[in-house]
Write a protein of this length. Structure first.
Length: 546
């Protein structure tokens, strides 16, 4: 029902039927008004003719002053159908003759509405037109009555006849003939005509409405429904659907245009599909070329990285090996000459200790390199992060005292246990702590803060020093292996890289914030539940900044 009320055909039908009802109603009302006016005009003319007939019928009897004959004529004419009353009253308003004998001798009120039209003028009846001489009123039986007054003129015969009641120099009007005609038949005819006209109008409205509905259904509803069904098929992807063209009017043109549109859409879709297939083939082809290029590039990058690594390792190991070689040659020469004396012997011992230290340095370099290249598998368990931090601080406590560094420790007590490898997290934190301690050789303050963020379910450990800070151009390379800003022989640049690899194995991250002469803050971020922790090494990409 809701769909039907919103239909274009329904709206068009309602507008058309409403317009026809209004038009037929106005035309019917105008027709009735014209018919009523016509009938009333005919009654007025009939009344005028009857009044003139009565006046002429009474003229001869009145000239002879035959009153009884006048009464008989009035009664005879008054008994005719449609005539309700006939009366004559003189200029004083006295009723001299009437079909109702009870009115004889009575006076008519000249100020009444029926007499006002005459007596409001200087020459009352001489200038009174027929419409002003008529009046319509409702009788006691409920019927309308038409009253017509006709003047009785003072003609020459009135003074020459036997009655000689009026002198020729008197008034021009001697009296008035009042004739009342019943409008009941006219009203009944109008009522029957109105009822018949209403029935005919209603039937015409119904007939025209049915014809209009049928034509609208055929010419509008069906084509619109076909277009609606076509658009639904097109919306569902059926571009082969066609609307039958059944006419050559605008609706037929619209259906033909719709069919042409679906044909063009189908062609466009086929072209798009063809382009898509071609594009997919080209994408696959280019993807294969990119993969091959990427493999070549990755191989080249690995070779470059391997070359850099080999150069750094060679440089780092070459220095201690050169020292070992030099001091070995010195000891060999001293051995050829003999170790005579305690001085020569002590000097040889010093050379041997130097050789031992340089050998240990070579071993440390190789060990750190192996640790970075192949980290040990994780053994994660539930661990207290604050306990790990406390152990790290205990291990570096002696170094803090030696360098006069004040420790400021703030550990949040309610941190949930973390799923992590305690030994490796301790190694990463120790590397960051030692990096902060080495940044303050003249002393300072070391701040260690632990916290937990419930929203992200992550724990944080922040290590802040008051050192010289890290330049901006160094920050992007901070976690690169073998990258260091320390003097030669002070480090090989693997500590931060190893720490970063451990944290990444735990699905965490390390953030760095630093400013020149304002110190540096390293923040280790670890998840509470490190699901799927990495069991093998995830080396930090070269040049990655944290």
């Amino acid at each position: 029902m809701q769909r039907l009320t919103k239909s274009l055909a329904t709206k068009l039908t309602a507008c058309l039927v409403g317009s026809m009802v209004l038009l037929f109603g106005v035309l019917g009302y105008q027709n009735l008004c014209f018919h009523r006016q016509h009938l009333e005009e005919m009654v007025f003319q009939s009344a005028d003719r009857i009044s003139d007939l009565i006046r002429r019928s009474l003229r001869y009897s009145m000239l002879r002053d035959q009153r009884e004959e006048v009464f008989q004529i009035i009664h005879t004419i008054g008994n005719q159908p449609g005539i309700t009353k006939i009366r004559i009253f003189n200029k004083e308003g006295k009723i001299t003759f009437s079909t109702d004998r009870q009115e004889l001798g009575q006076f008519v009120d000249k100020k009444a509405e029926a007499c006002y039209a005459c007596h409001s003028q200087a020459e009352p009846m001489a200038r009174l037109d027929r419409p002003d001489r008529m009046r319509i009123y409702v009788a006691k039986n409920g019927e309308r009555v038409l009253g017509l007054i006709s003047p009785i003129y003072n003609e020459p015969d009135c003074s020459n006849a036997a009655c000689h009641a009026h002198s020729p120099a008197g008034n021009r009007i001697l009296g008035v003939l009042d004739t009342d005609l019943s409008l009941g038949p006219v009203d009944r005819t109008l009522a029957a005509r109105e009822e018949k006209l209403a029935v005919v109008t209603g039937l015409a409205i119904i007939a025209v409405s049915l014809i209009s509905i049928f034509l609208i259904w055929i010419m509008v509803r069906r084509p619109v429904a076909a277009l609606t069904e076509g658009t639904r098929h097109v919306a569902e992807g059926d571009l082969d659907y066609r609307i039958p063209v059944t006419s050559g009017d605008e609706m037929g043109s619209l259906a033909a245009s719709f069919n042409n549109m679906t044909t063009e859409l189908k062609k466009a879709r086929e072209e798009n599909l063809e382009w898509m297939r071609t594009l997919e083939q080209r994408v696959e082809q280019k993807t294969g070329e990119l993969e091959r290029a990427y493999k070549h590039l990755a191989q080249a990058e690995r070779m470059v990285a391997l070359g850099k690594l080999a150069a750094v390792v060679a440089h780092e190991i070459n220095n201690p090996l050169a020292g070992i070689l030099t001091y070995t040659k010195l000891i060999s020469r001293m051995a050829e000459k003999g170790f005579n004396g305690s001085v020569r012997l002590n000097e040889a011992k010093n050379y041997l200790r130097i050789i031992e230290g340089e050998s240990r340095r070579c071993g440390a370099i190789v060990k750190n390199l192996l640790t970075f290249a192949r980290q040990a598998p994780l053994h994660p368990q539930k661990n207290d992060l604050n306990a790990i931090v406390e152990r790290c601080l205990l291990l570096v406590n002696h170094q803090l005292e030696l360098q006069s560094i004040d420790l400021e420790k703030t550990l949040q007590p309610d941190i949930p246990p973390l799923y992590c490898d305690a030994s490796q997290i301790q190694q990463a934190l120790l590397a960051l702590l030692m990096n902060a301690i080495e940044a303050m050789p003249e002393g300072g303050r070391l701040r260690v803060v632990s916290s937990f963020e419930p929203s992200g379910r992550t724990a944080r450990v922040s290590i802040t020093d008051e050192g010289p800070g890290i330049p901006e151009d160094v920050l992007p390379r901070l976690f690169e292996p073998f990258f260091t800003t320390k003097e030669e022989g002070q480090g090989v640049g693997l500590g931060l890289a190893i720490a970063y690899g451990i944290v990444r194995q735990h699905r965490g991250n390390i953030e760095v914030s630093s400013a020149p002469q304002k110190g540096t803050t390293f923040t280790v971020i670890l998840p509470e539940e490190a699901h799927g922790v990495v069991r093998e090494t995830e080396a930090a990409p070269a040049g990655e900044a944290v």
